[in-house]
Design a protein around this ligand. Structure first.
Ligand code: F6R
Length: 593
């Protein structure tokens, strides 16, 4: 997973603009960075491994001549993070420079045959075959556009690319297949980028590039061509969020800012109600639902199963996208397969979506506008949470849940639940106003090695999500467990070194969960309960707690009870001196299977 940007500017030096823009994509990958520009003297290039700030301090990436250029942030897939493996990659003569996001599946065969022809490779990447194939085609007399087109004909896999060449100092060629690419249309300035965050400071007018399309950007403007070389008439969309929304707005980290945006994110998500009702009215004959997702989106899906089965009686499965292809395919035309994905670009989810489409109706619940999942699915619901930069999903989880709640409530014609959703933003604000309570708990437990999170029924996915947040940003081992399942094994691990977070909203499952709380307490565990502010048992019997408005009943608890768990992980991460926005080994969008 990587991020790319390219700019053709009217009369400004491009390198500083590329440096600023690629910084906005650091959430897509941050192990290496590079910039390449072109002018009458040819290709110029600077790159290195490390975060953008570190690399820039060493080699001053903004100091390159020219008004046309491309840039890249990398999250390694082929070859370790190193200067050689960083993008941009060039051809053997140094006349062509390429940035790439995606994976070329047949690169080893192509590399082998190019090596036999005498071409030299400097990196271990799959990408380097692209500039060399283009070089080979240009040596045969093709112009840059045709040379790129011919190269793409033999490449299998996913890509969004930006190409510059010494022969065309005012031009960038872009192309996409299964990796995101947009075009930005400014006032005489033109851009390509992996997403709009990178260019929003310069233009809000964007064109979404489709699979198989080739983009030609130059000082004259933008032309998009289909795979047969015909010019395509594309719409220009105006994006409705601004640059500040993608900045930290005074918070120390994006994650904290995004946790605090959850009340307003929910309000925006609720605006999708009519769209959801319209989709449901087109679902005649559906007698089974199957959710497919990864990670946090999987946890949101689990909540969907509880809601839909209990309110509509429609049999509902939840399958991890990476496991989808291994389950016997019993889907049919009466199954609705719902794909939940923040990015809409997760490779496992997209693969499953392509498979499911063959038999069933598909619905994608997605945050990123114009992302690949939205192009594949029959129906699309946008979560409308706005850009999420922190690697750990927070506001997008809540927004996914809100979409799922609206879907389940409309499907079951449960007007009461639908109305209750309007109260959720205020409950979330109330939790956020008490974040110092969580901060104190976090500082008490920041040195432990293991945590358990338990809950029953609708609170079980909340426990799973609390544990996932903890693992990814604090590097503490956290296990989410169904509270009733502890006694079937994991209770053996519980002692006074293992704090247990109990998700304990008032409702049908309360008493049984209290029994499980007593079980862990009896083994010496420190208990942290998240429960009602009117709960006397918690007040008197539990060591640490965070309390939530008593009006929040079990049915809507997942939307509110997860917030203190997000804050707990955030503050433990900060307490441990970590960067919660950029956990090691993880990327915001996972475009490899
Ligand atoms: C966890 C997290 C990941 C994603 C997962 C799926 O905080 O962000 O577990 O939920 O990689 O990503 P999307 O939702 O983009 O398909």
């Amino acid at each position: 997973m990587c991020g790319i940007v390219g700019c053709v500017l009217k009369n400004r030096k491009v390198a500083p603009i590329l440096l600023e823009s690629i910084g906005k994509l650091e959430y897509r990958g941050y192990d290496s960075v590079g910039i390449s520009t072109v002018d009458q003297n040819g290709i110029h290039l600077k790159k290195g491994s490390g975060k953008i700030k570190e690399v820039n301090e060493k080699i001053d990436l903004g100091e390159l001549p020219g008004t046309t250029g491309i840039a890249h942030v990398r999250w390694a897939t082929h070859g370790i993070p190193s200067t050689e493996n960083s993008h941009p990659h060039t051809d053997n003569e140094g006349n062509i420079s390429v940035v790439h996001n995606g994976i070329i599946e047949n690169f080893s065969e192509i590399r082998e045959s190019l090596e036999k022809e005498g071409y030299i490779f400097k990196s271990q990447t799959d990408t380097e075959i692209i500039p060399i194939l283009i070089e080979k085609n240009m040596n045969k007399g093709l112009n840059l556009e045709d040379a790129v087109n011919e190269a793409l004909k033999i490449i299998k896999g996913s890509y969004a690319i930006g190409v510059i060449s010494k022969d065309n100092p005012n031009e960038i060629i872009g192309a996409r297949n299964d990796s995101p690419l947009i075009i930005g249309v400014g006032d005489g300035d033109y851009f390509i980028a992996s997403d709009a965050t990178a260019i929003i400071n310069h233009t809000k007018n964007v064109i979404y590039v489709d699979n198989g399309e080739l983009v030609i950007l130059n000082s004259e403007g933008v032309v998009v061509k289909d795979s047969k070389g015909n010019v395509v008439d594309k719409n220009i969309d105006v994006i409705d969020w601004d640059a500040e929304m993608a900045q930290k707005e005074g918070y120390d980290y994006f994650m904290l800012k995004e946790i605090h945006e959850q009340d307003s994110a929910i309000r925006d998500t609720l605006s999708e109600k009519d769209k959801i009702a319209e989709i449901i009215s087109n679902l005649d004959g559906i007698n089974r639902i199957c959710f497919v997702a990864c990670g946090t989106s999987f946890h949101a899906s689990l909540t969907g199963k509880y809601l839909i089965e209990s309110m509509s009686g429609i049999s509902t499965d939840v399958i991890l996208a990476s496991e989808f292809r291994y389950s016997a395919n019993t889907l049919d035309e009466n199954t609705l397969v719902i794909f939940i994905s923040q990015s809409g670009e997760t490779a496992d989810t997209l693969k499953a979506l392509k498979l499911a489409k063959k038999t069933s109706k598909t619905l994608a619940i997605v945050n990123v506008l114009g992302s690949s999942a939205t192009r594949e699915a029959d129906f699309v619901i946008y979560t409308r949470a706005g850009p999420e930069i922190g690697v750990a999903a927070t506001k997008t989880y809540i927004s996914q849940l809100v979409c799922i709640y609206m879907f389940a409530a409309i499907l079951a014609d449960n007007k009461e639940l639908l109305n209750t959703l309007n109260e959720v933003p205020d409950y979330v604000s109330e939790v956020l106003s008490k974040e110092d309570v969580v901060k104190d708990i976090a500082s008490k437990y920041s040195d432990v090695n293991d945590f358990f999170f338990i809950g029953r029924g609708l609170s079980y996915p909340t426990a799973l999500e609390g544990a996932l947040k903890l693992k990814e940003i604090t590097y503490i081992h956290g296990e989410g467990y169904a509270a009733g399942e502890l006694k079937h094994g994991p209770l053996a691990l519980i002692d006074d070194d293992v704090p247990v977070v109990v998700v304990l909203p008032p409702g049908d499952n309360y008493k049984k969960t209290v029994s499980n709380l007593e079980e862990v307490k009896a083994r010496g565990a420190h208990v942290i309960a998240i429960g009602s502010c009117e709960d006397d048992f918690i007040k008197t019997e539990v060591e640490d707690s965070f309390c939530i408005n008593d009006k929040v009943k079990e049915i809507i608890a997942p939307l509110i009870y997860v917030v203190p768990l997000q804050l707990l992980s955030y503050y433990i991460s900060v307490e441990r001196g970590l960067d919660p926005d950029k956990p090691k080994n993880l990327a915001k969008c996972v475009t490899v299977e």
